[in-house]
Design a protein around this ligand. Structure first.
Ligand code: SF4
Length: 456
């Protein structure tokens, strides 16, 4: 009983978070930067922060994550980190030869008040940025927001620096995929290609954090959005921002800078959210939906219909990022399941508003005090049939003997999320498969001998 001290009585809290349902801003900024080709993320703060960000991403993706740090000492903590960052920029371009350094701040550099815009301008003026090389940056104070905010801020910084508008509007669509797995980014690109739509996906971590084993270490894997692609965003015919929390800032900046019209949408998780995504792609690209995509949808419907009796009425507790939770809740409702509890450490008023609009009776909370402790208290008072969320739920799963389906970030103790998508119709089929496996395994485990079934 790891969490045996969790009391059942829920007490109102305003200034204490216990086991947060989020992680820190720079992790998101680092993840976004890894989705840019030949880009080295740089953490402007202490070595400890950078180690934490890298190790969390490495543990989730099971891939080496390269990043540099300003390595603050006591001196830089008092006098500011400008000198460290200027030296780092020079060293990184000389030794590691990236095309881009993507700099994010940390709690410490934010508290000091380091201005990354001013420091990067100074680096350029002093000739520390070689011709054809780039510095992008994002302020990511981790005492506000979450890893999703950091991801969003870095995407905004990337658009701000690179998007260029020429007089020639192209036919391609820019897609901001939001914080999803490399496998999901690959699936989003596959769906768009299947529909005959040229896209620029920003960022794109496929072939970076799911790169094949070749026997040779590549400092910069072959994937990631390239600089020409980043520039071409400005000439897109349309932009789709998938995930309100992760992608709105980038799409809004692209619109302000280059006039590219955009639509903010849910991540295409589940049946209806994927329907909306496909329909929007169809309209943005002025194409017809091919039979192969319609067939994928039909297969998902077939699976949902075949197995609904095992899912019907099952209660679920979920935690994670709002961009994942909202379409996931909608999908559970489509499966006649009951999303009962939901917490997200990522703040934002729209979360509760969107849940209200769904019309479901979900006990939910988001923001700093919406943590795993609160989720455990709710479950202790009234249990659920299934847990869905990141690895941090495994303690509740063990203590309360409730099956856990791992999804979201981070997943530190299983693999698969890097390679098999959860977005699109195929991703929704995998979600159903994962939920069924968990529920049917439990049913088998608990069945008395006389009702232990071979066929289900
Ligand atoms: S100090 Fe701030 S930026 Fe550094 S690891 Fe902790 S929360 Fe993240």
């Amino acid at each position: 009983m790891f969490l045996r001290h969790t009391p059942t009585e829920v007490v109102e809290r305003s200034a204490l978070t216990i086991n947060p349902a989020k992680t820190c801003q720079p992790i998101g900024a680092m993840y976004a930067a890894l989705g840019i080709h030949n880009c080295l993320p740089h953490s402007h703060g202490s070595q400890g922060c950078c180690s934490y960000h890298r190790s969390t991403l490495t543990r989730h993706y099971k891939e080496p994550v390269m990043a540099a740090t300003s390595s603050f000492t006591e001196g830089s903590s008092v006098f500011g980190g400008q000198a460290n960052l200027l030296t780092a920029i020079e060293n990184i371009f000389t030794i590691y030869e990236p095309d881009i350094i993507a700099i994010h701040s940390t709690c410490l550099s934010e508290t000091i008040g380091d201005d990354l815009g001013q420091i990067t301008n100074k680096a350029a003026e002093e000739g520390k940025v070689p011709a054809g090389k780039h510095l992008v940056y994002a302020h990511t104070p981790s005492y506000t927001g979450s890893h999703v905010t950091g991801f969003s801020n870095m995407c905004h910084g990337i658009v701000d620096h690179f998007a260029e508008c020429t007089a020639r509007r192209g036919r391609h669509v820019t897609i901001f995929p939001g914080w999803v797995e490399p496998s999901d980014m690959r699936e989003i690109k596959r769906l768009a290609a299947e529909m005959g739509i040229a896209t620029v996906l920003t960022p794109d971590t496929s072939d970076v954090l799911d790169a094949p084993m070749t026997g040779k270490h590549r400092m910069y894997p072959k994937g990631g959005t390239t600089i020409p692609e980043l520039k071409r965003m400005g000439d897109s015919v349309y932009a789709l921002a998938l995930g309100e929390w992760a992608s709105t800032a980038a799409a809004t900046r692209l619109n302000a800078k280059c006039g590219v019209p955009f639509q903010v949408m849910d991540l295409p998780i589940g049946l209806r959210a994927t329907d909306r995504f496909i329909d929007m792609l169809r309209r943005a690209g002025d194409v017809a939906v091919p039979a192969s995509v319609t067939d994928d949808r039909g297969r998902l419907l077939d699976l949902m219909t075949d197995m609904y009796q095992y899912l019907h009425g099952k209660t679920v507790a979920l935690w994670g990022d709002p961009d994942h939770l909202l379409p996931l809740a909608e999908f559970l409702l489509d499966l006649n399941m009951v999303p009962k509890y939901m917490v997200s450490g990522t703040p934002g008023k729209k979360f509760m508003q969107r849940l209200d609009e769904m019309g479901a009776d979900i006990k939910a909370q988001n923001g700093p005090c919406a943590d795993m402790f609160l989720m455990h208290q709710w479950i202790k008072n009234e249990p659920v049939d299934l847990l869905m969320g990141n690895t941090y739920g495994k303690y509740i799963s063990r203590d309360e003997d409730i099956p856990l389906v791992r999804c979201g970030f981070p997943i530190l103790d299983r693999v698969g999320h890097q390679y098999f998508p959860l977005v699109g119709y195929r991703g929704a089929m995998r979600l159903v498969e994962k939920m069924l496996d968990a529920i049917l395994d439990r049913k088998d485990r608990d069945a008395p001998e006389e009702s232990f079934e071979l066929v289900m």
